[in-house]
Write a protein of this length. Structure first.
Length: 264
């Protein structure tokens, strides 16, 4: 029987998990991240998710993890050892990614940014730019030679809205959604317009600059772009620079990294 691969990306706000059978992504889930979870709590959560879709915990034989929450890395490693009887692959120093990282300190680059770049290279080729709409809005620049050069980090959509409404006495929290237009007729509409369209403008400004730097003699139009993350589908339709959205980009990157380490 084929051993399923469980790929898990642990973000500051949400954790995304995907179940692979060979090349096929069978199921995927998105749950809240709790940095205080123990290995037993994580195992119970994962087991419940699998059971809801007709799978057993014992079906999983492989686990790969990327995380920006250090306290949870060891807990997921314990899940692999205690419940899956295997060793978890953890994206970080010593793991083969096939992606040269040319930043001043490669160890400080988030694991999620690395696996996003790996997947983007596989899908788009190079050069390219990856934008991830998560707790932070991150931009990753990949050179024509397939090297991770660095990027930019801006506040996330939800973080910005929370900061604004918590500091302004007359502004209440609103559910983010499609703005009716740039000129809001109510405070709620004005907030949606400012946040959604404002982030679209921010993204376009940074991406255009990255495309100019990466394009060189070939020109900015030679630099492909891709977006992922929880707010991508809300913001991307209002941008001019982002070519496509792939909400499963990180899981695809984790699958590729796992394959590159299984082969060696």
């Amino acid at each position: 029987m084929t051993a399923f691969l469980l790929a898990i990306d642990i973000g500051n706000t949400h954790t995304v998990a995907g179940l692979y059978a060979g090349e096929r992504l069978e199921e995927h889930w998105r749950v809240a991240t709790d940095s205080h979870d123990t290995a037993d709590q994580l195992a119970a959560m994962l087991s419940s998710l699998l059971l809801l879709r007709g799978y057993e915990f014992s079906d999983v034989g492989l686990l790969i993890v990327s995380s920006v929450v250090p306290s949870l890395v060891g807990q997921y490693q314990a899940v692999a050892r205690d419940y899956l009887e295997t060793e978890a692959l953890v994206v970080g120093p010593g793991l083969r990614t096939g992606l040269p990282v040319l930043t001043n300190n490669p160890h400080e680059v988030g694991a999620d940014r690395i696996v996003n770049a790996v997947a983007a290279l596989e899908i788009l080729g190079s050069p390219c730019v990856v934008v991830d709409f998560g707790t932070a809005t991150t931009f990753c620049a990949i050179s024509a030679a397939g090297e991770y050069l660095g990027g930019a980090i801006a506040p996330g959509v939800e973080v910005s809205l929370e900061a604004l409404t918590s500091r302004a006495a007359r502004l209440s929290r609103v559910d983010l959604g499609e703005p009716e237009g740039v000129i809001g007729k109510t405070t709620a509409d004005s907030l949606r317009s400012g946040v959604v369209l404002g982030f679209a403008g921010l993204v376009d400004g940074i991406v255009k600059r990255m495309q100019r730097e990466l394009g060189g003699d070939a020109g900015a139009e030679s630099v492909a772009t891709i977006a992922t993350g929880g707010f991508a589908e809300l913001v991307v339709p209002h941008t001019e620079t982002l070519d496509r959205v792939d909400p499963l980009l990180t899981l695809k990157g984790l699958k590729l990294v796992h394959e590159r380490n299984e082969r060696n």
